[in-house]
Design a protein around this ligand. Structure first.
Ligand SMILES: C[S@@+](CC[C@H](N)C(=O)[O-])C[C@H]1O[C@@H](n2cnc3c(N)ncnc32)[C@H](O)[C@@H]1O
Length: 255
């Protein structure tokens, strides 16, 4: 027996699970992966959610989808869950994802313009291209990471968007009611952070992605932040759980 605990290998766990699920209908239907949080909390996720077809989308996803217009930049394209139907609806879509495996799967599923890269470097990847809608669906607003880091990314989006562009994303309200949520919020406040900041990684088989910071924030808290960096909250659709889809409009003055 190997007596030494090695922990997971650090790598493209997201890509590995998307590749497996794309290759096998059974894995797509029944596969699970794990979201591991920095405090040790584990959440088991159904992989099929990353392949959900439009017929199975909840109302708030449709609400966001129907607001998409013009040339689209999907900042976390994943398996192309939104990019593929958008292309089918006749829109031009550029997809970005930090996971090489996700990029491969998005291409296999028919997304024609896909790039591997970090959404926090979006300006150096896409400028001087200009998009009409930027997507952060599928909990993508969490990828803004922290109030400080979000500002830099939101400002970069100005370099790759048209004057009347929209940002449509899904976010989640922090849990401040459960014992764990209260503890996390108290720890964050002590450290001078927002109550909903967390650090998490995806685990699949023996592989884990690097840790990344996630920003859980209500739409109104997020709106106060985005307003300082050129994006005004225009409308919100709450879900039945703790998530919401929000539409932000690009501002050209006043920030
Ligand atoms: C929860 S999945 C959602 C994918 C897709 N938006 C959907 O709803 O099906 C999150 C995706 O974001 C990607 N991602 C995470 N951090 C990223 C970053 N900094 N830049 C670009 N993509 C990132 C992951 O690789 C993953 O494919």
């Amino acid at each position: 027996m190997n007596t030494e605990y090695t922990g997971p290998r650090i790598g493209d766990a997201m890509g590995l699970l998307l590749r497996d699920a794309n290759a096998s209908e059974a894995t797509r239907a029944k596969g699970k992966h794990v979201r591991e949080f920095y405090d040790g909390y584990l959440s088991i996720v159904d992989t099929k959610d990353l392949f959900r077809r439009p017929l199975d989308w909840p109302d708030e996803t449709w609400w966001g989808y129907e607001r998409i217009q013009g040339d689209v930049l999907d900042l976390s394209v994943g398996a192309g869950r939104f990019a593929v139907p958008l292309q089918d609806d006749g829109l031009a879509v550029a997809g970005l994802d930090i996971s090489p495996g996700a990029v491969e799967v998005a291409k296999l599923r028919g997304v024609t313009d896909v790039t591997c890269g970090d959404l926090n470097e979006v300006a150096s990847i896409y400028a001087p291209r200009r998009f009409d809608t930027v997507l952060l669906l599928g909990m993508g607003l969490l990828l803004l990471r922290s109030p400080d880091k979000a500002g830099a990314t939101l400002r970069q989006l100005h370099q790759v968007t048209a004057r009347d562009a929209k940002l449509i994303g899904e976010g989640a309200v922090p849990d401040v009611d459960s014992p764990r949520g209260k503890q996390l919020a108290a720890n964050n406040l002590r450290a001078g952070l927002w109550p909903g900041q967390q650090r998490a990684r995806v685990r699949y088989q023996d592989v884990a992605t690097p840790w990344s910071d996630l920003l859980y924030a209500s739409a109104s808290d997020l709106a106060r932040l985005t307003l300082h960096h050129g994006w005004r909250l225009a409308a919100v659709k709450e879900s039945q759980g703790n998530t919401y889809v929000a539409e932000f409009h690009r501002m050209d003055t006043g920030f």
